[in-house]
Every structure is written in structure tokens, then in C-alpha cells.
Design a protein around this ligand. Structure first.
Ligand SMILES: [Zn+2]
Length: 308
């Protein structure tokens, strides 16, 4: 029997092991990267390509699920090194990848210049003629396989998931929560990502329905890896979305300043985590996500209040 021409490989991108993934999708003589992490990860992505016996010229697509920097900051640099690749992104993400000045400015406001350089390196603009914005339900062909994107707005308005029926896989970006391998020692532990600035509970539940409705056997999460128990992960993430919605409602009803609201939500998240079989080091690993999730909930409430 001939070996299947279809395969995917997980690439560990971050400084912290098994924290942030990209995927190399091989289909015969062609391949694609799903997620690009940062400029720091580009050598790792190219090393995986070489390890699979493929050349940068064979990369047809670089697909980013959304324009958050741990998914997309390396895309322009990777594009420059893969001469035949097209960058595929959500229509709301595409413009910010062609002109990353807004992404860069907002990240520098949060982290400062030095920390920004450490985390993200540089963000190379993607040439407009090499970027294709994909509408909801759009497909692309890779070495005889047809993949489709589905817009999933709960985590970010510029987010889509990628359905890969040939491998019964869905690449979920941040729309199917965070499942860090190091935290799976007492059974499945999944948490939603509600990081700033677009968190929307109604859309987040709809995103979960879209992902589960695809009927794929495998979910490939950016944070981190491939999992087969989609209903279990979906139920845990949904519970976090519901809690986050309740905390956001409290923020909406309060006149406390943003920092106070953020601190309150962070302690609410910690109180739920304290009931779970997590160790001290697990909570340390989650510290950044707890802060980001709390900020995201408080910021979403503030944006909603200002919009109304
Ligand atoms: Zn994200």
C-alpha cells in the first residue's frame, strides 16, 4: 500500500516548551504552514520543513487563524523566505498583516519596546499581492486536498478555524481554548482564552458549535497540540465562557476603574482554578493567561459600556 500523501506535523514554536504550536501540513508535493508564531520561530518552521524533505519553494500557503501576535507576527518574515506561498487570513486580519503598524503599536503600548523585541522580534509587512483574505466558508486547494475556513468570532473578530477533511482535523487557533499538555496530569484540563480585546460570549459559544459541528476527529490547538476528545474539551471551554460572561456582566454593572475590575476578575478566575486538581507550578504556568483573560473580560465590558 502506498503511503498517504497527507500528513501534518506539530512544531513547537515558543521558548516555553509545548506552549505555542504551528503546524506543517504536507499534501503530496505541496505543503502549508498553519500559524506562523513570531519571527523567532521562523527558523524552527523552516527546520521542520527540511526535516520532512521539503523546500521553501513547495510551501503554497501560510495560514494564520487570527492576527494576535503569537499566531501571526512571523507571517511576513516566513512569506519572504517561501517565494511561492500566499498568506491566507481573515478579511479583518489581512490589512493588519499588510500594514502591521497598528498591531505593533498596540503591543508596544502593552509591553514596552524592549520586551516587545524580546517577545516578537520584528514584524515584517506582508506584500498585499501575496495576501488573500478568506470569507466565511472559503476553500483552498493543497496537493489534492480541499481545506475550508469558518469564521469564529468569539475569541477575536478576525479569527477563523481551518477544516481539513482529508485528515479529519480542525485547526482551531484560540477558538477552542487552551489545553497545555503539562496540565493534563489529573484528566483533561481546558480553559477558554478571553484575551483582549474582542471577547464575546455569545460568539464564543457559536464558535464552539461551529467547531464541534464539523465532526472532525482531531482538533489541533495553537496552545497546544492535537487532541481527540473534542466533546470533553468543548464542554470545559463552554463552562469557562459561561463563567466569563457572568464576570463580564458584573463588570458592566460596576463603576470601578478598569484596573480594579481586572484584579477582581483575576481573583474570580483563581478561585475557580483553586477548586481543580492543579499544582502550584500549574498555576504559575497559567499566570499569564489568568491576567490576559481577566483583562480581556474587563476590557470587553468597558468597550461594551462605551459603545452603548
Ligand atoms: Zn489569540
Amino acid at each position: 500500500m502506498a503511503a498517504s500523501p497527507h500528513a501534518r506535523f506539530t512544531i513547537d514554536c515558543d521558548v516555553l516548551p509545548r506552549f505555542t504550536a504551528a503546524y506543517l501540513r504536507v499534501a503530496g508535493e505541496e505543503c502549508a504552514f498553519i500559524e506562523a508564531h513570531t519571527a523567532h520561530a521562523v527558523p524552527k518552521l523552516l527546520a521542520e520543513l527540511a526535516a520532512r524533505g521539503m523546500a521553501p519553494e513547495q510551501v503554497r500557503f501560510i495560514v494564520v487563524t487570527h492576527a494576535h501576535l503569537d499566531h501571526a507576527a512571523g507571517a511576513g518574515e516566513l512569506l519572504a523566505l517561501c517565494p511561492n506561498a500566499t498568506l491566507l487570513a481573515h478579511p479583518r486580519a489581512a490589512q493588519n498583516l499588510i500594514d502591521p503598524s497598528k498591531l505593533e503599536a498596540s503591543a508596544k503600548r502593552v509591553y514596552g519596546e524592549a520586551r516587545f523585541a524580546e517577545l516578537y522580534g520584528r514584524i515584517v509587512p506582508a506584500p498585499a499581492e501575496r495576501v488573500r483574505a478568506l470569507e466565511d466558508g472559503a476553500t483552498f486547494e493543497l496537493g489534492g486536498a480541499t481545506l475550508a475556513v469558518h469564521h469564529t468570532a468569539g475569541h477575536a473578530k478576525h479569527h477563523f478555524v481551518v477544516h481539513d477533511p482529508a485528515l479529519s482535523t480542525v485547526y482551531t487557533g484560540d477558538a477552542f481554548g487552551l489545553v497545555y499538555p503539562a496540565l493534563q496530569h489529573a484528566g483533561r484540563f481546558a480553559i477558554a482564552s478571553t484575551s483582549p480585546i474582542d471577547f464575546d460570549a455569545v460568539e464564543a459559544r457559536r464558535s464552539l458549535d461551529i467547531i464541534l459541528g464539523l465532526g472532525a476527529e482531531h482538533a489541533c490547538l495553537t496552545h497546544f497540540g492535537a487532541f481527540d476528545d473534542l466533546p470533553v474539551i468543548g464542554a470545559q471551554v463552554r463552562a469557562w465562557v459561561d463563567r466569563s460572561e457572568a464576570w463580564m456582566a458584573e463588570c458592566l454593572a460596576s463603576t470601578d476603574p478598569l484596573e480594579v475590575q481586572t484584579a477582581r476578575v483575576a481573583s474570580q478566575i483563581r478561585a475557580v482554578l483553586a477548586e481543580l486538581p492543579l499544582r502550584k507550578e500549574d498555576l504559575e504556568l497559567l499566570a499569564l493567561d489568568i491576567d490576559l483573560n481577566a483583562q480581556g473580560i474587563a476590557v470587553a465590558a468597558e468597550r461594551k459600556r462605551k459603545a452603548s
